[in-house]
Design a protein around this ligand. Structure first.
Ligand SMILES: Nc1ncnc2c1ncn2[C@@H]1O[C@H](COP(=O)(O)OP(=O)(O)OP(=O)(O)O)[C@@H](O)[C@H]1O
Ligand SMILES: [Mg+2]
Length: 389
């Protein structure tokens, strides 16, 4: 095929360059860093100057990303955990700590996931009763589901319920180490967690598999997976090993099988979205009570993480009085509206009109559907919106 011929014609460096460009353009920092690390190793002998330049970019991206993580996630520094392992080359912390022992609101989850999580916690709390019968508590679980549904949050919640901090092993950091010591790094981090009876989360465990496509790394990948298999097998009853992934299909089946429990997180349903909106509105719930139905309808299909972000924007706008409530609501469901087809938007407008809470002018502002069109489908507008000032 013509496409293959073109690719074959490219030299090795050009191919790597094109690959790097593709990843950088896809906005995936983690993948870009993994590839950078690989290229540094690959070119260290052959093209030392190029390798040094790439290494600089990699180190800069690591510093930035660690800084961002701290800012974005509000992680407390690992107080009292001064000896957490770091990668020898980059001094990059391999383990991040979330300490939620002061309390954390329970994640909003469907009953079956809630029950499974409750069981993990209860087994840990009553492990001596189990031990009296020669039974171990669940030692490991893998949390699977789309982005932003609360996998990491649930891991934090489990740890907080057990009155422990959550340690998160940064697999990207483990795998970015440059001298083929990733296996050692991984083992050091896991050993550290084991000896401390920690609740350890291997976040984005599929990162272990992402290298499979690159043949030069197959040997190293195999070593890593072997380390993981042994570790999961030998995880002590005193610790709890959690893993999370958006890409179950990338996780090695042999590894997959070794987890005691698989927790499946689905995209949130309508009830979960409505509950999340109320929670995220916080003390502004009263102000926005008349629009709860609009918000819930407009945010169907979003992840709870997206819902949270939109609601926070809405609240900021409300406090600073940047626009009318209708405009703010429209903005909050705006992201979703772009992905709504015309027909779906019309459907939303008609539902709102039939509910009779809002005037057609308001509905038109919120949904972007013309007033005439709303009237044609839903009859005349109520004289004025009820339920809000
Ligand atoms: N089920 C939930 N209940 C309450 N809040 C949630 C829930 N899911 C997500 N959130 C909010 O969104 C934020 C991000 O969620 P979280 O990091 O747990 O998602 P995730 O499933 O781990 O996503 P990813 O696969 O992208 O890592 C949480 O900190 C929380 O504020
Ligand atoms: Mg997560």
């Amino acid at each position: 095929m013509a496409k293959d011929v073109v690719v074959d014609d490219l030299g090795e460096v050009e191919k790597d360059f094109a690959n790097l460009a593709r990843l950088a353009a896809s906005d995936s920092l983690e993948d870009t860093r993994l590839l950078l690390a690989r290229l540094v190793r690959k070119y260290r002998q052959q093209r030392p100057e190029l390798a040094a330049l790439l290494d600089q970019s990699l180190k800069a991206s690591q510093t930035r990303s660690v800084g961002n993580n701290v800012l974005r996630r509000g992680i407390s520094p690992p107080a009292g955990e001064a000896n957490l392992p770091v990668d020898g080359d980059s001094r990059l912390a391999l383990i991040r700590v979330f300490d939620d022992r002061k309390g954390l609101a329970a994640p909003i989850l469907p009953p079956n996931v809630q029950d499974a999580i409750g069981a993990i916690i209860r087994e840990r709390k009553e492990s001596s009763r189990l031990a009296a019968h020669g039974i171990s508590p669940t030692r490991s679980a893998i949390l699977v589901g789309p982005p932003g549904v609360g996998k990491t949050l649930s891991a934090r919640w489990i740890a907080s319920a057990l009155d422990k901090p959550l340690w998160v092993l940064d697999l990207t950091a483990v795998m970015s180490s440059l001298l083929g010591k990733t296996g050692n790094n991984l083992r050091a981090a896991l050993d550290h967690a084991k000896t401390h009876g920690a609740v350890l989360l291997l976040d984005e465990i599929d990162a272990l598999a992402k290298r499979r496509s690159d043949e030069s790394d197959i040997g190293e990948l195999k070593r890593l997976v072997t380390v993981m298999l042994q570790e999961v097998d030998q995880w002590p009853d005193s610790g709890l090993l959690l893993a999370a992934t958006n890409h179950p299909e990338l996780v090695d089946p042999a590894l997959w099988r070794r987890f005691d429990l698989v927790l499946k997180f689905d995209a949130p349903d309508a009830a979960a979205i409505a509950m999340a909106i109320e929670r995220f509105l916080g003390e502004d719930l009263k102000v926005f009570a008349p629009w709860l139905d609009v918000l819930a309808a407009g945010m169907q299909g979003q992840s709870l993480s997206d819902v949270e972000r939109s609601i926070n924007t809405l609240r900021r706008g409300h406090v600073l009085q940047t626009a009318s409530a209708e405009k703010l609501i429209s903005g909050a469901i705006g992201q979703r509206q772009e992905s709504l087809s015309k027909a779906e938007r019309l459907q939303l407008a008609i539902e709102l009109a039939k509910a009779g809470q809002h005037t057609h002018v308001q509905i038109s502002q919120m949904t972007g559907v013309a007033r005439d069109t709303i009237r044609k489908h839903a009859g005349p507008s109520p004289r004025q919106g009820r339920g809000h000032k």
